[in-house]
Design a protein around this ligand. Structure first.
Ligand code: GRF
Length: 193
């Protein structure tokens, strides 16, 4: 699992994984920075952690190769990116199937400011998207989405909290189904048998 911040999605997966029937084990948590709550959560649960900083590598592709190697060391069936604020490169994406969660109804509002962008645009409905990661920015095949109404008077914070309250169960559901059943991909259409 890859995180950059609070790690509430990580916590939801850790909590779900306590049930053996869920079929998921969080084998490691990686981050692109130190001192974040996401790493503390993992440590509290005895899950191995690692940090892979862009600044410690000569260039972006060096960082990507190092991150791919660190992930591969744990031999994960799936890499989950939740609130990981870096674009993954070819080395990671060639070696791993990556699921990302995004706080908007893609293809609307891709990028790092999705909640603020949706609010500024004035949409009345937004939401969250779980998707497979490809080489674009939030462009990969969609796994699942949940809609969330925008309320009058919403701030970026209040709207993001409302989105996150449905984003966590959506991610837990999708990751569990992928882990238990696998998936097939035809063009952009994902099927989980
Ligand atoms: C989520 O809304 C995710 O979609 C976005 O950042 C948030 C991460 O939340 N990119 P958390 O760190 O899992 O609490």
């Amino acid at each position: 699992m890859l995180v950059s911040g609070t790690g509430s999605n990580l916590q939801a997966l850790i909590d779900a994984a306590a049930d053996p029937g869920y079929g998921v084990e969080v084998v490691a948590v990686g981050a692109d920075r130190d001192g974040i709550q996401g790493l503390e959560r993992a440590e509290r649960h005895g899950i191995p952690t690692f940090v892979c900083r862009v600044g410690d590598h000569p260039d972006r592709s060096g960082w990507d190769a190092a991150l791919a190697a660190q992930l591969t060391a744990y031999d994960p069936d799936l890499v989950v990116s939740a609130g990981f604020m870096k674009i993954l490169g070819e080395a990671v994406l060639t070696a791993h199937t990556v699921v990302n969660t995004h706080p908007a109804l893609l293809p609307a509002f891709p990028g790092a400011h999705a909640v603020a962008d949706a609010l500024a645009y004035g949409v009345r409905v937004t939401g969250c998207t779980a998707h497979l990661v490809d080489s674009g920015v939030d462009t990969g095949p969609i796994l699942a989405q949940t809609a969330v109404p925008v309320e009058d008077g919403d701030t970026e914070e209040s709207l993001h909290e409302r989105i996150k309250s449905v984003e966590r169960p959506l991610l837990v559901d999708v990751v569990g189904r992928l882990a238990r059943h696998g998936h097939t991909l035809t063009d952009r259409k994902v099927t989980i048998p």
